[in-house]
Write a protein that binds this ligand. Structure first.
Ligand SMILES: Nc1ncnc2c1ncn2[C@@H]1O[C@H](COP(=O)(O)OP(=O)(O)OP(=O)(O)O)[C@@H](O)[C@H]1O
Ligand SMILES: [Mg+2]
Length: 374
């Protein structure tokens, strides 16, 4: 029998908050989402209280998992930023991470075992960011790197579809999640945990917390690069993500039209604001290649992204044509770099991946050493 919200609330009534009152009697609980045996909610506390609440979060998760019929429970601990207060650390587990980076005055801590985390982002939606993220990740993998990919698009996760992943991640030792492996990539998406059909209402802090958990409570293993497929846009949620994820760099995807380029410019500005190096711009849907006759048409006005990159003083990483094969393979969960490795598109993506790798090496060399005070 599928568990009900009432059953979940009953189980939570037995979990005390740090001052002893049941968490159901506090104002910390968000709405509780129960779908198909999967339970998700967040606990929002003051930034200064995060450490004290981490054990409550764990107990809440355990209590919910013990409800008959519950298959998985994800309880996010979110820190509401108070005016004047420091931004909260994601979770105590994060404190063990060895690679601090400073973003816009805030300090984020690396994910143990993961050498570099890069974002693939765009100001505008629907321009091929996820397709680019997956194929560039596969390109990096083809270059011999160990690569993971994290779908940070909480509002519209794409990796389950782009990589045709239907299975659910298993839990390890009751708390940590085992990512899914596909085409040699280590993959995690919030889409593996919630149903595609279920509309989710995410409040800002929930987004950050879910992301933090996907970074830190997933057994990523040892990775050279983790590619983060960011949600579109440059609003507060994206800015906070750019701050919270310890990014070594960002790849901006844009189509060549002026309107998309305005958004790309915003994306570049956003990453610069939080001191994340922009590794470069990819022009997606750069030109149209007719699959029948091979004729090329510059339907969006080819070359805009290259010019923009020059103007912004950031590297230009390459052009990906608008091509039926890319769309079809992408939408069928058979990304072109993995399924047609000898084809022309795979060459393009591998070339972009090589430039990303080289830029990343440069960015790592140039990054100032940051020492975190204990
Ligand atoms: N170079 C390309 N040629 C043809 N189709 C493409 C290309 N790049 C992406 N597409 C197609 O465009 C659509 C949108 O791509 P994708 O989902 O990667 O975009 P996105 O920017 O991640 O979108 P969202 O903002 O919704 O996350 C998909 O159907 C994809 O297959
Ligand atoms: Mg996407």
């Amino acid at each position: 029998m599928a568990p009900t919200k009432e059953q979940v609330l009953d189980s939570l009534a037995k979990v005390p908050s740090p001052d002893g009152t049941p968490i159901t009697a506090t104002r910390a609980l968000s709405d509780i989402v129960v779908t198909d045996g999967k339970v998700f909610f967040s606990i929002s506390v003051d930034a200064a209280e995060v450490q004290r609440w981490e054990s409550v979060r764990k107990r809440a998760e355990e209590a919910v998992r013990a409800v008959p019929g519950v298959q998985s429970a994800l309880v996010a601990l979110t820190a509401e930023r108070k005016s004047g207060a420091a931004t909260a650390r994601p979770s105590p587990a994060a404190a063990a991470g060895p690679r601090p980076a400073r973003h816009g005055g805030e300090t984020t801590v690396g994910v143990p075992g993961v050498e570099s985390i890069i974002a693939v982002a765009s100001g505008k939606g629907g321009i091929g960011k996820s397709t680019t993220a997956v194929n560039v990740a596969l390109g990096l993998s083809a270059l011999g790197l160990k690569v993971g990919i994290l779908d940070a698009d909480i509002y519209g996760p794409s990796l389950p579809k782009l990589l045709a992943i239907k299975e659910r991640p298993q839990t390890l030792g009751g708390t940590r999640l085992k990512p899914i492996s596909r085409y040699g990539l280590t993959v995690m998406s919030i889409g593996f945990l919630i149903d595609e059909e279920t509309p989710m209402i995410w409040r800002g802090p929930m987004v950050i917390s879910a992301l933090t958990q996907m970074l830190r409570e997933v057994e990523w293993g040892t990775l050279d690069v983790m590619v983060v497929d960011m949600p579109p846009g440059t609003g507060d949620a994206q800015l906070t993500m750019a701050q919270q994820v310890p990014l070594k760099g960002a790849v901006i995807v844009s189509t060549p039209q002026d309107l998309a380029l305005i958004d790309a410019r915003r994306g570049i500005a956003m990453f610069k604001r939080v001191n994340v190096p922009v590794l470069g711009i990819v022009e997606n849907m750069s030109y149209y290649l007719c699959p029948q006759c091979g004729t090329r048409a510059d339907i969006f006005g080819y070359g805009g992204a290259r010019r923009e990159a020059e103007q912004q003083g950031v590297p230009f990483l390459g052009e990906v044509p608008l091509h039926m094969t890319i769309r079809e393979t992408s939408d069928a969960g058979l990304p072109v770099v993995a399924t047609e490795p000898d084809g022309p598109h795979a060459v393009i993506y591998r070339d972009i991946a090589a430039k990303v790798r080289d830029q990343l090496a440069g960015a790592t060399r140039a990054a100032p050493k940051i020492v975190i005070e204990a």
